[in-house]
Design a protein around this ligand. Structure first.
Ligand code: THU
Length: 183
């Protein structure tokens, strides 16, 4: 299938600053120019199917909430679909989400540039997007491997039947993501 143009709308929100007797309080704004990216719906569907498949192998005996992720790294000449499922632990805190399982696998292959990640929360495909999109910790790990060229995109499985998914670029996925002075 051929690529389609996807418009990432501009965000233009100024800072809002309030003086107080102890110094200024600032609500930081955002200035993101509009950007058009090109995506291949067939590639998204292929990753979506791989994410749903790997979700069947999730280790989720505690929550019973299975999640799968599948991604492509821009620096992978083979453009492999690298997958991961959530792996829970009796300690609870040792649990790893599907997105981080897939990303740590990619990083362990020596890859560092995330291009496209599709996540599928197979039990909540009809739920509001907040109930099927990456947690804050995964957003920060995605941010670590995110890029501007090509723009890293995250697609949240939209359940099919006319809805391929919800698309986030880095700015929309994690505003003010933490970097060690690299931004
Ligand atoms: N989980 C993921 O794997 N990815 C997400 O995007 C959301 C949450 C997992 C963690 C845990 O195993 C289960 O889903 C319930 O939170």
């Amino acid at each position: 299938m051929s690529r389609v143009a996807l418009v990432l709308p501009a965000v233009d929100r100024p800072d809002a600053t309030t003086p107080t007797p102890l110094g200024r309080l600032t609500v930081p704004g955002r200035a993101i120019p509009e950007k058009t990216v090109w995506v291949d719906p067939a590639e998204i569907a292929r990753l979506r199917d791989a994410a749903r498949d790997v979700a069947t192998r999730a280790h989720a005996p505690y929550s019973r909430f299975r999640v799968g992720a599948a991604l492509i790294m821009a620096d992978d000449p083979q453009r492999r679909a690298i997958t991961g499922a959530n792996v829970e632990n009796a300690s609870y805190g040792g649990t790893i989400c599907a997105e981080r399982t897939a990303l740590t696998q990619a990083a362990s292959l020596g890859l560092r540039k995330l291009e496209l990640l599709v996540v599928s929360c197979v039990a909540t495909l009809d739920a509001p997007v907040a109930d099927r999109s990456p947690c804050g910790l995964c957003r920060q790990v995605i941010h670590e491997f995110g890029n501007r060229d090509p723009e890293t995109l995250v697609v949240v499985d939209g359940g099919g039947a006319g809805a391929l998914g919800d698309v986030f670029d880095l700015d929309r996925l994690l505003p003010y993501g933490f970097s060690l002075g690299q931004s």
